[in-house]
Design a protein around this ligand. Structure first.
Ligand code: ADE
Ligand code: ZN
Length: 320
């Protein structure tokens, strides 16, 4: 069966850095990696929790230095995504993870932007760019990052919130989200991945998010589920990620069917596919096999992805 056409709404571009490209960029930029071979690097892809993954994710992205590096990374993702059914991609990037190493935000946005500009013609994929704040950095750092991105806001569709969740509630970022909304941007935030349902409430009520990234722990709070269903708030769920980061023990135990049964607007996405064992089509195949989802359910998930995307209504109608 060819892959089902879908929109990918939860994808960290830095999380698409495959070992072969990481070594190529390390060589090109004279960066020393703490791994001798690609196999040695792959052997490190076993994570106890989110922080365990983040430590490797931030270490490996130090190979990304120039505009060309960011363009090459993005092009490599787009080529793989197209082969897995992606027609529209809303792509996260983490500017603070680069500016902290001396790479200018303009370099990052220009490099990613160059690949995204060519994507409709080169890959048949429309795109949006989502700028994430690192929640384990300060609220002031998020504000400074937002201000430094102002010259590029015509390229940025939304702001997001990622990195270490527990101990860094959404309410910490009230001000920067207010500023982003005032500038006409959409808002999303990771919430309810490792953090409690209270963080999903804060993302909705304090940040005013249009979508919740992950949100799987919402199921622990019936009133929250009712709110998400009533508002048709989309949840960007990442099944293979949830297993690799031990949010769920086994894919067979994943709450995706329960989320669908509850009437939530759920989508399937890949998060950091180079690290978690698969791109979006692989996630669809994995949930089909592990959870026994039929084709109609997979098509519902794909349809949800276009419903949840930040598309104008004409484009959405063309995808649906
Ligand atoms: N950054 C990259 N992937 C992430 C995830 N799954 N959760 C939080 N922050 C992230
Ligand atoms: Zn994520």
């Amino acid at each position: 069966m060819p892959p089902i056409p879908t929109a990918e709404l939860h994808l960290h571009i830095e999380g698409t850095l495959e070992p072969d490209l990481a070594f190529a960029l390390a060589g090109r930029n004279g960066v020393e990696l703490p791994f001798a071979t690609e196999e040695e690097l792959r052997a490190a892809y076993s994570f106890g929790d989110l922080q365990d993954f983040l430590d490797l994710y931030y270490a490996l992205m130090t190979v990304l230095r120039t505009e060309d590096d960011f363009a090459d990374l993005t092009n490599a993702y787009l080529a793989r995504a197209r082969a897995q059914g992606v027609r529209h991609a809303e792509i996260f990037f983490d500017p603070q993870a680069h500016t902290a190493r001396g790479v200018e935000i303009d370099t990052v946005i220009r490099g990613i932007g160059r690949a995204l500009d060519a994507a409709p013609r080169a890959y048949g994929i429309t795109t949006r760019l989502i700028m994430c704040f690192l929640r384990d950095e300060s609220a002031d750092s998020a504000l400074a990052t937002f201000e430094s991105a102002r010259p590029h806001l015509d390229r940025i569709a939304a702001v997001g919130l990622d990195s270490a969740e527990v101990g860094n509630p959404p309410s910490k970022f009230r001000e920067v989200y207010a500023r982003a909304r005032q500038a006409g941007l959409k808002c999303v935030a990771h919430a309810g991945e490792e953090g409690p349902p209270a963080y999903v409430w804060e993302a909705l009520d304090v940040l005013g998010v249009d979508r919740v990234d992950h949100g799987v722990r919402s199921l622990e709070d019936e009133t929250l589920v009712a709110r998400l269903v009533a508002d048709r708030t989309p949840l960007t769920v990442c099944p293979l990620s949830n297993v690799r980061l031990r949010v769920v023990d086994r894919l067979e135990d994943h709450p995706l069917p329960a989320m669908l049964d509850a009437g939530l607007l759920v989508t399937v996405n890949s998060d950091d596919p180079a690290y978690f064992g698969g791109y979006v089509g692989d996630n669809y195949t994995a949930v089909r096999d592990a959870l026994g989802l039929d084709e109609a359910t997979l098509r519902t998930l794909a349809r949800n992805s276009f419903q949840a995307a930040f598309l104008d209504e004409g484009t959405r109608a063309a995808y649906l």
